[in-house]
Every structure is written in structure tokens, then in C-alpha cells.
Design a protein around this ligand. Structure first.
Ligand code: C5P
Length: 396
């Protein structure tokens, strides 16, 4: 999404650079505008550094060729996010003025406006401000916050008027543009690695970060699904609005997924399940003995293959990592595991799969039909996977 973040003159403008970074992390393109008042609280340079380009302010209203920035930017943007938004900026926009960059962008026709107000609670509750808010809602604008908490003025008790925190704003925005095409659907997602213990301390595992699965879970939630996420050990924060079941071993993952599979409409299996476990797990930490050791391994359950035995209506999506003959091997897995499609990774490709924020996959069907997607963020990829899967759901 193309987002213009506009800061106006509240003390919370200090947080605008961090908001810009969050939006970049979420895969958006961001430009920044600021009213004169914003510069009392945040420097032009820190806004420009966060956005990676010059700030649109009163001094930069026109390009050297005479073209007006507010017209040009309003055409570029999908959304104007005013954060922080002062009482004055709300009033100006409600009146249809164009004497500051925010109201000018609005009149120039940005397709969507989201206000993140911050002000003293008495000001927020004033009928004049509330009337302006109603007017702006009438124009189709949205509001995030204000929230309750400590307020800026000295000696002021906590109240309603704080700016919503940058990470919450970024998260709420994710849901804004999404259609609710998964409303009423139950989506089951697996994520992360598994651990297969050799003794109480040591285990076999892999570097999966869980990011791909968490992105699928969050994207499905934002599209209205009821989501259960079965996660191996990761360092990721618990996603809001998602049922999270934490597991360690492949056997635990199979059992958690099985407990939800019957009621599931769509399963997306991103977990990097360890293929082997120790034949016997020592109950105590094993001392180092000799120069070599023989470890007897047995296969872990193939979770997808097990679940596929009970497949009724479920749309099933898997992931596969291959170093060679990728498409043929992936198509064979899709057939064997009864998958509707499988997302094929090449671990050798830069920036793909394990750990990073981005991923590049080829979508392969059981028939061998393959479509290579470009490198993109895991959140973008999550939505593309869901776009494809949602088309396969039975209608009505
Ligand atoms: O056979 P391979 O491990 O490449 O298959 C990958 C797909 O199968 C992934 O979706 C993975 O989550 C799943 N898988 C599984 N149980 C295993 C190993 C992999 O469900 N034991």
C-alpha cells in the first residue's frame, strides 16, 4: 500500500519516525508530510531519514516545474495516515480548508484518510472536536484511537487522549484494506521448526523462524477467518486474535493439528518439521564419551500425510524446500500428501525462506503446473497464498 504519513503538532510527533519504520516493515511504501506545528516536536531530518526521502511541508509545496505536490501525492497515495492528529488539523479538514499540507492533501482527493488523534482529554471530549470528528466520519474517514493513558501535560492525570502506539497502528492498518473473504472460515496454520530431543538438553532442529506461518495466520485473521496456529519454538510475539498452540516435537504438532483438523476449512502447513528423531531419548544428559558416537534415528510422522488420510472438505497447502528438481519433487509431494498446491522454496536463493522477512516461492500443483512468484515480504506472500486458496473453497 502507498501511505502518506502526515505529522501534525502534537508531542506524539516524536513517535512518527518509529511509525514510519513499522509501516516499512509491514511492506508498505511510505512518504511523509508535516504541518508547521509538527516541527516543534520532531525534526524535519528525523522524519526524512525514517521515510528515506524529503518531507512534504509548507516549504516544498511546489516542484521547481510548478507542479503542486499535494495533487501529485494525493494521486500516488492509497491512504493518508495523520499521526499524530491535533484538534486543529481535524477542524481544518472538517471545514474543507486547504491552508496546511494535511487538509490540502485531503481536498486533493486521497482515496482514504485515517486519523490518529492525540490531545488532552478535555479537548477531545469538547463538542466542537466531536462535531468535527462526526463530520469527518461522514466523509468516510476512519479513526484509530485516541487511547487512554498518561497525557503529556505536567500534573495531568491519565485520560483518553494518547496517541495509539506505532506497532498497534501498523497492525490495525493491515486489516483495513482487506476484504473479509475468509469470514466464517476456520484456518489452521503450522509454523516454525520442531525439536526432536536426544536427551533433556540436546535436540535436532532447523533454523526456521516461524515468520511465514505467523504471516499466514495474521493475514487470514485480517481477512475474517477464525485462525488456529500450531507453532514450534520461535521468538515471535504471540499474534493477537489467533488461537496459539505451542508445541515442540513433530508428534506434539501432529496431535495439536489433528485436534483441529476436522473442523478446519483450510490448512496451511508452513512448519519445517524435523524428519528424524532419536530412536530412544535419554532421560538424563549424556556425558561426552569417546571420539565418535552412533545415533540411531527413526522417522518422525509425516504430519501432512497423516492428516490427508482424514481429508474431507479441507483445502490443503504445503511448503517444500528443494535444492534440485524442485518442481517435479514438489508436484510429487503435492500428490502424495493430497495438497491443493505446494509453495516451493530454493534455500540456495538469496533472501529466501529461513529467517528473513522476505520469501520467493514457486507455486506448484499436483499436476506439475508451476507459477514462479517474485521476491516479496512474507506478509505479501501470505495474502497471495490465501488469494489462491480462497478460490478453491466450496462456495455457498
Ligand atoms: O517432504 P517434505 O518435508 O519436503 O514436505 C514438506 C511439507 O510437508 C511441508 O508443508 C511440511 O510442513 C510438511 N511435513 C509434514 N511432516 C513431516 C515433514 C514435513 O507435514 N514430517
Amino acid at each position: 500500500m502507498n501511505i502518506i504519513v502526515a505529522a501534525t503538532g502534537g508531542v506524539a510527533a516524536l513517535k512518527t519516525p518509529s511509525l514510519i519504520r513499522r509501516l516499512y516493515e509491514a511492506g508498505h511504501k511510505v512518504r511523509v508530510a508535516a504541518s508547521d506545528g509538527a516541527f516543534h516536536f520532531v525534526t524535519k531530518l528525523s522524519l526524512a531519514v525514517a521515510a528515506g526521502e524529503a518531507v512534504f511541508d509548507r516549504e516544498r509545496w511546489f516542484y521547481p516545474d510548478g507542479q503542486a505536490l499535494h495533487i501529485d501525492w494525493a494521486r500516488w497515495a492509497d491512504l493518508l495516515l495523520v499521526a499524530p492528529a491535533t484538534a486543529d488539523s481535524l477542524g481544518s479538514a472538517a471545514q474543507g480548508r486547504a491552508d496546511d499540507v494535511v487538509s490540502a492533501l485531503i481536498l486533493a482527493g486521497v482515496p482514504r484518510v485515517v486519523w490518529v488523534p492525540t490531545m488532552n482529554s478535555s479537548m477531545w471530549q469538547h463538542p466542537a472536536v466531536q462535531r468535527n470528528v462526526d463530520t469527518l466520519r461522514g466523509f468516510g474517514h476512519d479513526f484509530l484511537g485516541p487511547v487512554s493513558g498518561a497525557l503529556a501535560a505536567k500534573g495531568e492525570r491519565a485520560g483518553l487522549g494518547r496517541m495509539m502506539e506505532p506497532e498497534d497502528i501498523a497492525r490495525q492498518l493491515q486489516g483495513f484494506f482487506k476484504s473479509q473473504d475468509l469470514h466464517g472460515q476456520r484456518v489452521l496454520v503450522s509454523a516454525g521448526p520442531t525439536r526432536e530431543y536426544l536427551d533433556p538438553i540436546r535436540f535436532l532442529s532447523n533454523p526456521s523462524s516461524g515468520r511465514m506461518g505467523y504471516a499466514v495466520a495474521e493475514a487470514a485473521r485480517d481477512r475474517g477467518a477464525q485462525v488456529s496456529l500450531v507453532s514450534g519454538p520461535t521468538t515471535l510475539p504471540e499474534p493477537e486474535g489467533v488461537e496459539l498452540m505451542r508445541v515442540e516435537t513433530a508428534a506434539e504438532m501432529l496431535s495439536a493439528l489433528s485436534s483441529r483438523f476436522d473442523q478446519t476449512d483450510m490448512l496451511v502447513m508452513t512448519a519445517a518439521v524435523a524428519d528424524w528423531r532419536a530412536k530412544s531419548v535419554a532421560s538424563e544428559k549424556q556425558p561426552k564419551m569417546g571420539e565418535s558416537q552412533v545415533l540411531k534415528l527413526v522417522r518422525t510422522p509425516d504430519i501432512l500425510a497423516e492428516l490427508a488420510k482424514h481429508k474431507t472438505k479441507q483445502i490443503m497447502v504445503g511448503f517444500a524446500m528443494e535444492t534440485h528438481a524442485g518442481v517435479e519433487r514438489a508436484a510429487e509431494k503435492a500428490r502424495r500428501k493430497k495438497l491443493d498446491f505446494i509453495c516451493l522454496n530454493y534455500p540456495t536463493k538469496e533472501n529466501s525462506a529461513f529467517g528473513g522477512e522476505q520469501n520467493q516461492v514457486t507455486i506448484v500443483k499436483a499436476s506439475g503446473e508451476a507459477a514462479a512468484l517474485p521476491l516479496m515480504t512474507k506478509l505479501e506472500l501470505a495474502d497471495i497464498i490465501l488469494d489462491r486458496a480462497v478460490k478453491l473453497l466450496p462456495t455457498g
